[in-house]
Design a protein around this ligand. Structure first.
Ligand code: COI
Length: 356
């Protein structure tokens, strides 16, 4: 790591802030952003907070050609006392470095990156919205910027953090969403990049999503890329099923993203003594449980999506209407508890909150 101090260059005129009860996801950005560069022999250097602005990047930058890039997603919440707080940010930064490793990007100093995020959020505190269910979404990302067309790890990068005041990720808000099980395309395979938060995984998911969007499906549920049998994840969230009193979620296998919300849900369920098992879950098993009247709930968990109940799951020609299309008891309790901890309305017995 090179010079670690953060230069701050403030802009004089603020942009107009959107009404917090009108917010969508990821359309509006705050006044400032954080940037740091990487090159040899300096390493990561020149950390700065500057006015939010377009980047000037060479068209031959490697990110445009070979997609060597990683990102993260976390949120800042406003507590009733008016404090800005983050939820388990160290987990996102650990994962960013795991993604870096998979994509051959040099690691960042996690403590320094957390400090930079806190400085930026503190500066933009006025942008944290205060309506129910809103927050300031934090998007750290790294792009490869070396101007070179050879296929090799880039020698130059930029680490950038931008902020966006957001409402619900799905237009359904916290109401149940419709999800289609994907039978033709695959998102990734074990040994691929599925576990890393890298743009290519999301680009690969677009076609399947586009094909079902017109029929009202919010997203697709991916099956494993080899047997096309086992449930993986939704892309913007990990999934959980309550079958006959027990909650099951696909075990991490190298192709599923290790979600921070997933991990928090597992901890909460254990804390409440609700049986939770991480294992392989086949779509056939979920379908059979539905047929037998044992599929009690299904929901997704992710930073952007929070807890999102699944009201309908379509697999081949079968429509599974789960819990009569209503939010289940566990999904509701998880949503309430997680958000109350995140917004500082409930005690945080796990030490998950990091004050800005
Ligand atoms: C998140 O939950 O933060 C994500 O990264 C999902 C997404 C919006 C791609």
């Amino acid at each position: 790591m090179g010079n670690n101090s953060i230069q701050v260059n403030l802009c004089s005129t603020g942009k107009e802030k959107p009404e917090s009860d009108q917010l969508q996801f990821g359309r509006v950005f705050t006044d400032h952003m954080f940037i740091m560069d990487y090159s040899q022999p300096e390493g990561w250097h020149d950390a700065r907070i500057v006015p939010y602005q377009p980047l000037t990047i060479d068209p031959s930058s490697m990110v445009f050609h070979y997609g060597q890039t990683v990102f993260e997603g976390l949120k800042a919440y406003l507590s009733p006392e008016g404090d800005a707080q983050l939820f388990r940010p160290e987990k996102n930064l650990e994962r960013l470095n795991r993604s870096n490793d998979r994509l051959c990007i040099p690691p960042i100093d996690e403590d320094f990156a957390l400090e930079a995020i806190k400085r930026l959020v503190a500066l933009e505190k006025e942008w944290i919205p205060d309506s129910e269910g809103t927050s300031l979404y934090i998007r750290p990302f790294i792009i490869s910027t070396e101007p070179y067309l050879g296929v090799a790890p880039s020698q130059q990068y930029k680490f950038i953090v931008i902020l966006s005041p957001v409402g619900a990720y799905y237009k359904e808000g916290i109401n149940p969403v419709k999800i289609a099980v994907e039978n033709n395309f695959v998102r990734t395979v074990t040994g691929g990049t599925g576990e890393a938060k890298t743009g290519g995984n999301y680009a690969a998911s677009l076609k399947a999503q586009e094909l079902v969007a017109n029929s009202g499906y919010a997203q697709v549920l991916w099956l494993d890329g080899i047997e096309r049998k086992y449930i993986e994840e939704v892309g913007s969230m990990n999934v959980f099923f309550k079958i006959n009193g027990e909650v099951v979620t696909p075990a991490l296998n190298g192709s599923i993203l290790e979600g921070v919300t997933r991990n928090s849900v597992i901890q909460l369920l254990k804390h409440w003594n609700i049986p939770i098992i991480e294992r392989k879950v086949s779509m056939e098993e979920v379908y059979q449980a539905y047929k037998d009247g044992l599929l009690e709930e299904a929901f997704g968990a992710g930073t952007a999506a929070v807890i999102s109940p699944i009201g309908q799951l379509t697999w081949k020609l079968e429509h599974l209407f789960i819990n009569n299309g209503k939010t289940g008891e566990i999904a509701k309790k998880l949503y309430d508890t997680l958000t109350e901890i995140q917004y500082g309305k409930q005690e945080d017995p796990f030490g998950w909150i990091e004050k800005v």
